[in-house]
Design a protein. Structure first.
Length: 229
């Protein structure tokens, strides 16, 4: 994955606002799936975000240069971190719904929300994007959208000096859209933040960092799956 290095932002919380760009107004967080129900639920994921390394607090040019120099090995390791296992959660959710007697279709190709038109219909509980055209494309009646907005590592700085251990984080959301009228039936935000193990600074493989990253992925998948169990 391509590594993006950002400096003057608070990682993991900064992109939560983007998760709400698709939903319009807050809707009930209660997910209700009951058989018999002849409607088909599609499950799709947006493209996985690139892994990002952040150094919040290294706000001046020389401070950022120092952080990047000191963490070049860390940055190289972050580039090797893989998030593809998160895509497995679509299949896990499908199995949970099928166990409830529901019809489910897993959609392999990622969905780029930016390609969807804006929704201009009445009401306050509709998605801002218009998903109705996907009803025919996917052959489903409802669509569960999993949108992961940020993923990576962050180490806080106080000017040119590290101010804490690195943190690994994942943020995103998932929401269920009725493709008949574009209403949001349920949604939830997902956020996992963990401090790296204290033995993280062990180049070149940084095992403490990698193990914490793996736990972030595990907890993120569990959070996405939880409403359907």
């Amino acid at each position: 994955m391509k590594l993006h290095v950002l400096a003057a932002s608070t990682f993991a919380l900064s992109l939560l606002a983007s998760c709400s760009s698709t939903p319009s107004q807050p809707t009930a967080s209660r997910w209700v799936f009951e058989a018999p129900d002849t409607r088909t639920i599609g499950i799709v994921m947006t493209p996985l975000p690139p892994v990002q390394a952040h150094f919040p607090g290294a706000d001046c040019a020389s401070c950022l240069a120092t952080a990047l120099t000191e963490h070049q090995a860390l940055a190289n390791q972050v580039q090797t971190l893989d998030a593809s296992e998160l895509e497995q959660v679509k299949t896990e959710i499908a199995r949970a719904l099928e166990a409830k007697g529901l019809r489910v279709r897993v959609i392999a190709a990622p969905l780029d929300l930016a390609q969807l038109p804006a929704f201009s219909g009445p009401g306050t509980d509709h998605a801002r994007h218009d998903f109705r055209g996907l009803k025919t494309r996917y052959g489903v009646d409802k669509l569960l959208v999993i949108e992961l907005s940020s993923l990576g590592a962050s180490r806080p700085y106080a000017g040119p000096v590290p101010a804490g251990l690195p943190r690994l984080a994942l943020t995103g959301s998932e929401f269920l859209v009725n493709l008949g009228d574009n209403t949001l039936e349920a949604q939830q935000a997902v956020e996992v933040q963990l401090t790296a193990a204290r033995d993280w600074e062990d180049p070149p493989r940084f095992p403490g960092l990698a193990s914490t990253y793996g736990e972030v992925l595990r907890q993120g998948k569990a959070a996405l799956l939880r409403p359907f169990l």
